[in-house]
Design a protein around this ligand. Structure first.
Ligand SMILES: [Zn+2]
Length: 485
């Protein structure tokens, strides 16, 4: 047991050391270029950001403010400052991974990686609330470096849930008591899952709207994205069910009257069905759906990078070897075809080809929705899905969005101001501005000219505490050593 506790202790000590450097005092980050994620403008000349009590006190042109001469000076070296990033779809305690029997100390090693890569907030999209509360407490007590966490707790699924740890709702009449008990246990929002029967979903949506509690999730198989939008699902994840709704052959697909010819196997039929939906995609239907999203303020978390990693797994597994070296063994193991449900049929070329074709379709959908003004959220699906990393997964997602057609500033918005607005936390997060929580990322290069530059993280500030280049490197190194044990 003592061996398991060791890595956390070591990280804790490093963390304490860092805290001593900045948190106890007021300090100024000098000579930085501030990225305005709302306008896409860069500050003219450099700025000094004054930080006090974990918040941004004021931002002044470099060298002009003499009011706070007692502030400790930290040199920003002309780095580019963006707001702390958000991963709006993360599963650091993914129930799908419980079968791997992860130990808490191993799982704990995932959390600091978000912060150290510039991700200072996450929306936890399934897991036990007990674990979330453990992280929150460990964070507050300075035992572990954790991002701010907004969490749903267990998934709400049908009578025979897809994953461990979900609440299976047997009957629509159970909805109110299930929701009330989740709220009592600390859920910040509800996450609906795919197998929820239509009647139960509608009851759940009605109850959530009656008590004005946020509901997000997978559009269930029995519901269309339009209906989910109209009934108050405020963020839709993974672009699910859109192809089905927008197919001109929707009726034969949902009633399972597809003529498969002599195709027998489940996998052949799956490939056939996906091709059929893409071939019969009706852009007029899609534009109508987009109008519904706009009308109801529905936001979309496409998790493009998750789909990408899935479609091009082999090539990505090789290029991600560095990031794999920071993961605990149970996760590294689960991200291989031998163990992973999402990596079945990798020997089937048609199956891989369909995944890749679907991905190009998802890119098109995201570009169209963005163009029309649907707010997009950056989410990685970090957890059981292969190669969706804590922290750097957000960099991958931003890159995927730009490749899909978003401008770099639009992509940055999906991980900053959009999440802050969505979570109604705009007063504290989302931009670099006086009064907000000092959650900042210092980049060596300008992310507005090339989104890949979000990877050039030099330092991170979380709640006013600076993790400079050396400290970041040391803690990450400590994690790497701990997971190689
Ligand atoms: Zn997920």
């Amino acid at each position: 047991m003592s061996q398991q506790v060791q890595p956390i202790k070591a990280i804790f000590l490093l963390w304490l050391f860092t805290v001593a450097a900045t948190s106890a005092q007021e300090w100024v980050l000098q000579h930085v270029k501030v990225v305005d994620v709302q306008t896409g403008q860069l500050s003219t000349g450099t700025r000094d950001i004054y930080i006090s009590q974990g918040r941004i006190l004021t931002i002044a042109e470099s060298g002009t403010s003499l009011l706070y001469s007692n502030f400790k000076v930290v040199e920003g070296n002309g780095n580019f400052v963006i707001p702390g990033l958000w991963d709006m779809h993360a599963h650091p305690d993914d129930p799908e991974l419980w079968r791997m029997n992860p130990l808490r100390p191993d799982r704990d090693l995932l959390l600091p990686q978000f912060v150290l890569q510039g991700v200072t907030g996450i929306r936890d999209m399934a897991g036990s609330l007990e674990e979330v509360n453990h992280w929150r407490t460990a964070g507050e007590q300075g035992e572990l470096l954790v991002p701010k966490i907004v969490a749903c707790g267990p998934l709400l699924d049908g009578p025979n849930p897809m994953w461990d740890g979900s609440v299976g709702i047997n009957d629509p009449s159970m909805v109110a008591s299930v929701v009330d008990s989740l709220i009592l246990n600390g859920s910040d929002f509800l996450k609906v899952y795919s197998l929820l029967p239509r009647e139960t979903y509608l009851e759940l949506a009605a109850y959530a709207s009656q008590i004005d509690f946020p509901m997000v999730g997978h559009v269930p198989f029995d519901v269309t994205p339009s209906e989910a939008a109209a009934t108050g699902m405020s963020s839709q994840e993974h672009l699910l069910e859109i192809l089905k709704e927008c197919s001109s052959r929707r009726e034969e697909i949902i009633s399972d009257k597809i003529d498969y010819g002599d195709l027998q196997s489940g996998i052949e039929r799956y490939v056939f069905r996906q091709n059929l939906m893409m071939d019969s995609f009706d852009t007029t239907k899609f534009q109508l759906l987009i109008k519904e999203f706009i009308k109801y303020g529905t936001q979309v978390t496409p998790t493009l990078s998750m789909w990408y990693k899935n479609a091009w797994y082999e090539q990505e597994y090789t290029s991600d070897s560095l990031w794999l070296s920071y993961l605990p063994e149970y996760l590294r193991k689960y991200w291989t075809p031998e163990h992973n449900d999402h990596l079945k049929h990798r020997d089937n070329q048609d199956f891989i080809a369909i995944k890749q074709r679907l991905y190009r379709f998802y890119e098109y959908m995201v570009a169209e929705m963005n163009q029309a003004g649907v707010a997009i959220l950056c989410g990685t699906d970090m957890g059981a899905n292969p190669l969706c990393f804590p922290g750097t997964g957000v960099h991958n997602e931003l890159k995927a969005m730009v490749e899909a057609g978003l401008s770099p500033v639009k992509a940055l918005q999906t991980a900053t101001i959009n999440p802050a607005r969505f979570l109604k936390l705009e007063e504290d997060f989302g931009t670099v501005a006086a009064g907000k929580v000092a959650d900042l990322v210092l980049l060596d290069k300008n992310p507005l000219t090339d989104i890949e530059n979000v990877r050039t993280v030099k330092s991170v500030v979380q709640k006013g505490v600076l993790y400079d280049e050396e400290t970041r490197f040391r803690i990450l190194e400590e994690i790497r050593k701990a997971v190689q044990k």
